[in-house]
Design a binder for this molecule. Structure first.
Ligand code: SAM
Length: 241
């Protein structure tokens, strides 16, 4: 039998993500968890024509295929320690959703909230994302509930979503959040609760508490610590990237 040789394929970027997540730290490990996470997917010429999304507005969700551009230069690893297993066990890369893959391609089902077009621009407003700001998009497909939703499927070592942790705010942080929400119309409090609630700390940081951390959301650095079994949001600072 003839031996198979590998082939290389080249794909072109069709769009870019503009997201509330300005840094990797804090982004949930899958979409759908942080419903307050908003983004736009801006289509790039020549893919910014309304024709290409005709009929898409009838779908509540889409598949976004993208490139893990921030980690691709680090290469790939045959085995991974999934955070879900506390970073203690190794699983094969193809048994995980790790970003460090032979082909650094990700896929996320996200909410399609609105399609906006005009002035030569075409933007999909999407929600509940796990995508970093600036992520290059290579394809979009409608989510088909009859084919894509499999209620009896087995979930391997990740059968259920993680349990949400409790998130509290200092008085100062809460009033900063309320002022920010009033000024921007963004759902910042819910976003922070959902982002910290899914415990963004890598396994090695879970042992240490009362350490100051910062998570970049929109144009803010959200300063928090983990103390007495809950996350405490201490203050909001302007983001310096
Ligand atoms: N849902 C996708 C999948 O299954 O292919 C992504 C899963 S991956 C575990 C999710 C993580 O990817 C996020 O927590 C974030 O840290 C990271 N991420 C998101 N956008 C990225 C990008 N453009 N480059 C590198 N890492 C990214």
């Amino acid at each position: 039998m003839k031996e198979t040789t590998t082939q290389s394929f080249q794909f072109e970027q069709i769009g870019v993500i503009r997201s509330c997540y300005r840094q990797k730290f804090g982004i949930p490990r899958q979409p759908g968890i942080v419903t307050a996470a908003e983004a736009t997917l801006e289509l790039i010429p020549p893919y910014n024509q309304e024709n290409l999304v005709r009929g898409l507005d009838g779908f509540s969700h889409i598949w976004v295929h993208f490139i893990f551009h921030k980690t691709m230069d680090e290469g790939w690893r045959p085995t991974i320690r999934p955070p879900r297993l506390g970073g203690r066990q190794r699983m094969g890369v193809f048994a995980t959703r790790s970003t460090h893959r032979p082909n650094p391609m990700g896929m996320s089902v996200v909410e399609l909230r609105k399609i906006e077009s005009g002035n030569g621009k075409l933007k999909l407003h999407i929600g509940a994302v796990d995508l970093l700001d600036g992520t290059p998009v290579i394809d979009i497909k409608p989510y088909l509930p009859y084919a894509d939703a499999l209620p009896n499927a087995k979930g391997g070592f990740a059968p259920l979503p993680m349990q949400m942790a409790e998130v509290k705010f200092t008085d100062e942080a809460m009033s900063q959040c309320l002022r920010y929400e009033q000024r921007t119309g963004r759902q910042l409090i819910l976003l922070i609760e959902q982002v910290l609630g899914q415990d963004p700390r890598p396994a090695y940081l879970r042992e240490t508490s009362e350490r100051r951390h910062g998570t970049a959301l929109w144009d803010l650095n959200v300063v928090w610590e983990y103390t007495n079994h809950h996350f405490l949001v201490k203050e909001l600072e302007p983001l310096k990237l």
